[in-house]
Design a binder for this molecule. Structure first.
Ligand SMILES: Cc1cc2nc3c(=O)[nH]c(=O)nc-3n(C[C@H](O)[C@H](O)[C@H](O)COP(=O)(O)OP(=O)(O)OC[C@H]3O[C@@H](n4cnc5c(N)ncnc54)[C@H](O)[C@@H]3O)c2cc1C
Length: 418
């Protein structure tokens, strides 16, 4: 089949856009080099966490944030689309029981023991919300090298979610091998938690060690595809609420979300070609006609009426920076906005601080079409969404998945209206 739309990229932005287009009656093909950032960063939809102080209500803060950040991707999202995008995702990911809203950020514990403001999160993560403080027991597997509950508990004990709210956290160590392995990794553990015998062993090892009223936090490994049942069973048997904290990559909650969207897209009739990097393109009279992908074994050409670039930002390879300070949009070599001059300091001391490189991306018009340095549309039938867009500082703002969800949704809306 010749698709109506080719979406380049299978991260949250690309999958959202592709699924919504497919549901709207378009024939869609997704071509993607890899799985994208969801496998790295977790499944929380952070709309706006800092501006620059912590944001308690994204709905209340977005208006002034957009006014004071001209050129930010949120500027182009019609007000009517925000709530719709969140509800759309909630309905597509029903097994994850996405919890939260635009009105109030959850305050979720991180693996480092910070509190992260998130608008929407799978219920297994949202159950750890510390907006009102609380008592936590964080379970550690000494064999799992990617999660340090002692550090998390020590930092959480210094956290102050509000003027009167307090967090009391402690770590419970489960020493020894896990599932027969000395160095299991999050994926191995997630699979082990889907086995009844392994859950029996964990419940037995925690017996008598949880105090009444303590919520029990695990690294986010409580099942790969059956997490709601695993969490519910553990909570019932332990007798207290159970929640998950995202670990270092790979992110099991992100894999769950990615798998659900991928499956929904294929079920709706969308085609997904993974391992396919876009390496060249053909255009005529201001319209893109086809992109060529290289899968290692062969090259293929993909023509369509419309194209969507959802290739991610600097951290995912959608925008690259070489040692000669040359920035490049990796799929179509689109013009990039916000490129800082050569000699700009490459590093900043604060990992969540402000750095001009994070704002580098593709500038777009009100129809999400890419613009050159003079503000002219580069291709009439190409639209851009997600972390490829210029003007945001997702790590500083805590807006990464929020941008990808709402702009992927908005780009599909623009194509369906065209
Ligand atoms: C470690 C880490 C932790 C994070 N934590 C959070 C968090 O807690 N909360 C939050 O909201 N955000 C977080 N983020 C940010 C968030 O994950 C991203 O901003 C967002 O998911 C980006 O989605 P995307 O679809 O725009 O791009 P991506 O998910 O990066 O997807 C890009 C897609 O394009 C493909 N691609 C790239 N180049 C090509 C090409 N030339 N040809 C074909 N395909 C190509 C990639 O393979 C991939 O499929 C984190 C990011 C990282 C890296």
């Amino acid at each position: 089949m010749t698709p109506d739309t080719v979406v380049i990229g299978a991260g949250l932005a690309g999958l959202t856009c592709a699924l919504r287009l497919t549901e709207g009656g378009c024939k869609v093909a997704v071509v993607a080099a890899g799985a994208g950032s969801l496998h790295l960063g977790g499944a929380t939809i952070d709309i706006l966490g800092y501006d620059p102080a912590v944001v308690t209500s994204p709905a209340a803060a977005l208006g002034s944030f957009i006014r004071s950040h001209p050129g930010h991707p949120y500027m182009r999202v019609a007000p009517s689309l925000w709530a719709g995008a969140l509800e759309w995702l909630r309905a597509r990911c029903e097994p994850l029981q996405l919890t939260g809203s635009l009105d109030e950020n959850l305050m979720l514990p991180t693996a480092a023991g910070a509190l992260k403001p998130s608008a929407l999160a799978p219920r297994s993560l949202a159950a750890g919300d510390l907006g009102s403080g609380g008592k936590l027991a964080l379970v550690s597997f000494s064999a799992l090298k990617d999660f340090y509950p002692r550090l998390a508990a020590a930092n959480l004990n210094r956290a102050q979610p509000g003027p009167t709210e307090r967090v009391e956290a402690r770590a419970i160590d489960l020493h020894g091998t896990v599932a027969g392995e000395a160095d299991p990794g999050t994926l191995r553990l997630a699979r082990a938690f889907e086995e009844a015998a392994f859950r029996d062993e964990i419940v037995a090892r925690l017996k008598g060690r949880i105090e009444p009223g303590e919520r029990v936090g695990f690294p986010a490994v409580l099942g790969l595809h059956r997490s709601p049942e695993v969490v519910a069973e553990l909570a019932e048997r332990i007798g207290e609420a159970v929640f998950e904290i995202p670990t270092l990559p790979p992110s099991i909650p992100g894999m769950r979300l990615h798998a659900l969207l991928n499956r929904a897209l294929r079920k709706a009739g969308g085609r997904v070609v993974m391992g396919a990097s876009v390496v060249s393109s053909a255009s005529h009279n201001g319209r893109l006609e086809a992109v060529s992908t290289d899968t290692g074994s062969r090259r293929s050409s993909h023509g369509a009426r419309d194209f969507v670039v959802a290739t991610g930002g600097v951290s995912a390879g959608g925008v690259t920076l070489d040692s000669s300070w040359r920035f490049k949009e990796s799929a179509l070599d689109l013009p990039l906005a916000g490129v800082p001059p050569p000699g700009t300091e490459r590093f900043c001391a604060d990992v969540f601080g402000s750095h001009p490189v994070s704002r580098v991306g593709v500038a777009v018009d009100e129809e999400w079409r890419p613009l050159d340095a003079d503000g002219r549309v580069v291709y009439n039938n190409v639209r851009v969404c997600g972390a490829t867009l210029a003007g945001a500082e997702p790590h500083k703002e805590m807006s990464g998945n929020g941008i990808s969800l709402v702009t992927g949704y908005a780009v599909a809306d623009a194509i369906l209206r065209s």
